[in-house]
Design a protein around this ligand. Structure first.
Ligand code: SF4
Length: 73
């Protein structure tokens, strides 16, 4: 079988860029339970970079236990 590249998505507000690697998510629900306006799994796209300021988004991303969410360096 062919090796498929995992999906990697990026969301930016021009100041910070959130990287989303769904294959790494362990469904801790931390992101959307703690910051639903930004991380809403019922919405498409599910990340709204305009729903909080950059510091708040980055703080939430750093709480993702699986590193499925990260900040682009
Ligand atoms: S915080 Fe991270 S591991 Fe938890 S649901 Fe969100 S992306 Fe997945």
């Amino acid at each position: 079988m062919e090796n498929k590249k995992p999906i990697v998505k990026e969301y930016t507000n021009g100041e910070v860029t959130v990287v989303w690697q769904p294959h790494m998510c362990t469904h801790s629900k931390k992101c959307w339970k703690e910051l639903l306006p930004v991380f809403d799994p019922r919405r498409k796209p599910w990340v709204d970079m305009d729903a909080a300021n950059s510091d708040r988004i980055a703080a939430q991303v750093h709480r993702c236990p699986s590193k499925a969410l990260s900040i682009k360096a």
